[in-house]
Design a protein around this ligand. Structure first.
Ligand code: GLN
Length: 498
C-alpha cells in the first residue's frame, strides 16, 4: 500500500519496522518524510543539529539488507532523534552547553551504538537543558525548545516541552521523529513525556549503559526511550539496554524480551496508590486523571491497594544535594584543556584559563549546581548535607521496598501540573525544582518508572500517569502502562502551527 509522506510520519516504531519488513514502504521513504518534517519545524528549536544524511544512510542499509534477504534488526528502518547528551562519533555533542560547542567525539555511546546495530538511523541531535539540568529546556545554551502544544484558550502562549529531554518530547509529539532517546536523572524522561502527551520509560538503574553519555549525576543517570506508545517504548528499550563492561554500574543481566512479554491483563496484580503523593491543594485535573487511572487499572482486573511512602517529602531536598554533589565532581573535567571551548586570555596562566573557560562556558543553572555541589561536599558541611542526604536516599529506597512487599506496581501522577509557560518559572528555581516532586523518588531508589498519557486537562494540555515498578521489573511497568493506554484512548496531538 503506497503511503504519502504525511501518513508515514504518523507511524510509530512498530508500524514503521513492520511496514518496512513487509515491503509496504521503504526505509528511505520513511527517513525522507521525517527529514522533511525536521527541516520544516525549525520554529520549535527541537534539534541542535539535524543529520539527514545519517538517517538516509541507515535507511539505505536497511533497504539493501532487505533486498538481499538478510535478517533485519528490531529497529530496522526507524529513524530516531538522539538527545544531545549521547556521544555520537563525528557528530557534534554538546549537552546543550557552550563549553562543549564544537566537540565531535571520537567514539559512540553504547546506547546509540546498540540502536544503530538494531537498524535505527539518526535524524539529528536533540536540544535539552544544559547538562540535563532543568525541567523546561530553558537552560539550553542553544535556546529553549517550544512545545508544539498550545492551550485551548485561543491565545498562543509558548509552553515548555518539559525537561531536560525537551527536544525529545517536542520532536516525538510534533511528528518530527517516531521516537527519541532521553535520559532521566530526576524525571527528565517522564516529565517531558507527560507534558507533551507521549510515553517514556526510565529503566532500572544499570539497565542502559552510561558509557558515552555526558555525565550529570552518575548514581542517578539512566537512559531510556521516548515514543508515542508503550509498545514502541518496549521495542526501543530492548534495543538500548544490555550489559556493558565499559560501565562499572551496568547490570550484568540478560535483556528480557519486553516486547514479546507485553500483556495488559492486570488480573491477579496489585497496584499501590501512595498516600503521600496526594498533596494538599493538588491540581484538580491531575487528581482527576489519577482517579481515572485507578479506575482503568481496576477495570483491567487489578486490585487497588493504599500504600505509604513516608519519606516522600524528603526526596526532593535529598535529590538537590546528591545530584549537584555528583555534578560538581563530574563537571570538573571541563577545564578548557580536553574538550570544546578554551578561553585563554592574553598572558593568562593555567588557573586563569580554567576559570575563564568555565565562566564563559557554563550557563547560570549549571554554575548554581556546581556551587551547591561543592558546598555540600566541603569539609565542614559534608556530614550535615551530603551524608544526611545519602541516608535519606536509603530510607526512600526502603519505603519502596516495603510497599513492593504488598503491591506489584505503584500508580501516581507524573507531575503536579500540566505544562507551564516558558518564562513562568525561570526566576524561581525552587518552583522549577518542585515540578519533579513525583519523579525524583523513583530515581533516588533506582527503580523503573514510566509515564503514559492519561488525557487532557481543561486547558487542552496533556497529563501523564506514572507507573513505578520493582527493580528489574520493567515488564510489570510496561504491562500496567499498556492497560492504562488501552483505556485512556489518548489520541490527541498538537495542531501544526509551526
Ligand atoms: N529537573 C531535574 C533537574 O533539574 C531532573 C533533570 C534530569 O532528570 N536530568 O535536576
Amino acid at each position: 500500500m503506497p503511503m504519502d509522506a504525511n501518513s508515514l510520519t504518523e507511524l510509530g516504531v512498530k508500524a514503521i519496522r513492520d511496514g518496512v519488513a513487509a515491503g509496504d514502504f521503504t526505509a528511505r521513504e520513511v527517513a525522507e518524510a521525517f527529514n522533511a518534517n525536521v527541516a520544516a519545524a525549525s520554529a520549535l528549536n527541537a534539534f541542535i543539529v539535524a543529520t539527514p544524511d545519517h538517517a538516509l544512510a541507515a535507511a539505505d542499509a536497511v533497504d539493501a539488507a532487505r533486498a538481499a534477504g538478510e535478517a533485519l534488526g528490531t529497529m530496522a528502518g526507524v529513524p530516531i532523534g538522539m538527545k544531545d547528551l549521547f556521544a555520537t562519533r563525528g557528530v557534534q555533542t554538546t549537552a546543550a552547553s557552550h563549553i562543549l560547542e564544537g566537540f565531535e567525539p571520537e567514539y559512540e555511546s553504547t546506547v546509540s551504538a546498540n540502536l544503530w546495530k538494531a537498524g535505527a538511523g539518526m535524524l539529528g541531535k536533540l536540544n535539552l537543558d544544559q547538562f540535563a539540568m532543568g525541567s523546561s529546556n530553558e537552560t539550553s545554551y542553544f535556546g529553549n525548545v517550544i512545545s508544539p502544544w498550545r492551550r485551548n484558550d485561543g491565545g498562543n502562549a509558548a509552553l515548555a516541552p518539559g525537561g531536560s529531554s525537551g527536544g525529545s518530547s517536542a520532536a516525538v509529539s510534533a511528528r518530527l521523529a517516531p521516537a527519541a532517546t532521553g535520559t532521566d536523572t530526576g524525571g527528565s524522561i517522564r516529565q517531558p513525556a507527560a507534558f507533551t502527551g507521549i510515553s517514556g520509560i526510565k529503566p532500572t538503574y544499570g539497565r542502559c549503559s552510561r558509557w558515552g553519555i555526558v555525565a550529570f549525576a552518575s548514581s542517578l543517570d539512566q537512559a531510556g526511550p521516548m515514543a508515542r506508545d508503550v509498545t514502541d517504548c518496549a521495542i526501543m528499550l530492548e534495543a538500548m539496554a544490555g550489559f556493558d563492561p565499559k560501565d562499572a554500574t551496568s547490570l550484568d543481566l540478560p535483556v528480557p524480551q519486553w516486547e514479546a512479554g507485553l500483556n495488559p491483563d492486570m488480573r491477579g496484580k496489585k497496584i499501590g496508590i501512595p498516600r503521600e503523593y496526594r498533596m494538599d491543594g493538588m491540581d484538580e485535573d491531575v487528581a482527576k486523571s489519577w482517579d481515572d487511572g485507578i479506575a482503568w487499572l481496576k477495570d483491567a482486573g487489578a486490585e487497588i491497594v493504599d500504600v505509604s511512602l513516608p519519606h516522600t517529602k524528603y526526596a526532593l531536598p535529598a535529590y538537590y544535594i546528591v545530584a549537584p554533589a555528583e555534578a560538581s565532581s563530574n563537571l570538573a573535567r571541563y577545564d578548557g584543556v580536553r574538550y570544546g571551548l578554551r578561553d585563554l586570555p592574553d598572558g593568562a596562566g593555567l588557573q586563569d584559563m580554567y576559570a575563564a573557560t568555565r565562566a564563559a562556558g557554563f550557563g547560570d543553572e549549571v554554575k548554581r549546581r556546581i556551587i551547591i555541589g561543592t558546598y555540600v561536599l566541603s569539609a565542614g558541611f559534608y556530614d550535615a548535607y551530603y551524608n544526611q542526604a545519602q541516608k535519606v536516599r536509603t530510607l526512600i529506597a526502603q519505603d519502596f521496598a516495603k510497599a513492593f512487599e504488598q503491591v506489584d506496581v505503584i500508580l501516581a501522577p507524573t507531575c503536579p501540573t500540566a505544562a507551564f509557560g516558558l518564562g513562568d518559572k525561570t526566576s524561581d528555581p525552587l518552583s522549577m525544582y518542585l515540578n519533579d516532586v513525583f519523579a525524583v523518588p523513583a530515581s533516588l531508589a533506582g527503580l523503573p518508572a514510566m509515564s503514559v498519557p492519561a488525557g487532557l486537562n481543561r486547558e487542552g494540555l496533556p497529563l501523564g500517569l506514572q507507573l513505578i515498578g520493582r527493580p528489574f521489573d520493567e515488564q510489570g511497568v510496561l504491562n500496567a502502562g499498556l492497560a492504562l493506554e488501552a483505556r485512556a484512548g489518548f489520541d490527541a496531538k498538537p495542531e501544526r502551527w509551526w
